[in-house]
Design a protein around this ligand. Sequence first.
Ligand code: G4P
Length: 285
Amino acid sequence: MQFQWYPGHMAKAKNAMQEDLKLIDVIVELVDCRVPYSSKNPDIDALANGKSRIILMNKYDLADSSVTEEWVNYYQNKGFFTAKVNSKNDRGVKAVNNVIRDACRAKIERDRKRGIKNRPIRAMVVGIPNVGKSTFINSFAGRSCTKTGNKPGVTKGKQWIRLNKDVELLDTPGILWPKFDDDNVGLRLAFIGSIRDELYNMYELSLLLIQFLLKNYPYTISDYYKIESSDNDVTVLERIAARRGCIKSGAVFDLDKAGKCLIDDFRSGKLGGITLERIKLNCCE
Ligand code: G4P
């Protein structure tokens, strides 16, 4: 399966990011808990250059919680501050304030020694498309926040959300590009819906998801759809089609429709918490 990505978009996003990074103290990068490796942008590490770093494991409601713990440890061991959040339901979001303060402790101390008091920490949210950046910002800022900035000659074109006396957040998130050097990354991003559905074949994608689930979460499909289990991916999809009434004219199974049904159920968490990537010897599979 081929995925399209445009180098022009990447260059533009990178330039915008570099400018914004000059304004901030801490980078808050969102990753999707279901794909904590594939949804992490590779180049931000080079761009970040000395900034404090936080990884927010978003959408933890959709992932396998024990595997999420492993990834939290993995990123902490690499020197990141981390937090697990469900931005959609505001879970864990308020605690991010403390994580920001922890990540910026050295800067706060430096300011104090120089006699600078009450200078807020400036943070920026970044992440690949669909990872939940806007949802997180809305949840984190809440309704009571005030917007600052956009004053001529001060922070031209930039709006800041004043979260409290200590933290300001850049209003616009930084859009990062995924790493596409590995075909598996594109595939996993397709599973979670971060790549437009028109770019791949839903039937093939659903068979690959069935193969993954049979190997890693063996009873998930048969339990959810209440179908007899099978080791054969096409047979499983046919049984889902039968159960869901996905039948075309001529009384044949509509496997495209059944495949879409399975993928949608997975994406919305109906199949339960599932993580597509595990850590293995400092890598993932
Ligand atoms: P982006 O700015 O990074 O592009 O992502 P955005 O906030 O637009 O979120 C993309 C989708 O992910 C949205 O769903 C949003 O509701 C969902 N989402 C964000 N955070 C979480 C989370 O922690 N858990 C879950 N389960 N979902 C989350 P959508 O279907 O595109 O929109 P909507 O119908 O939910 O509004």
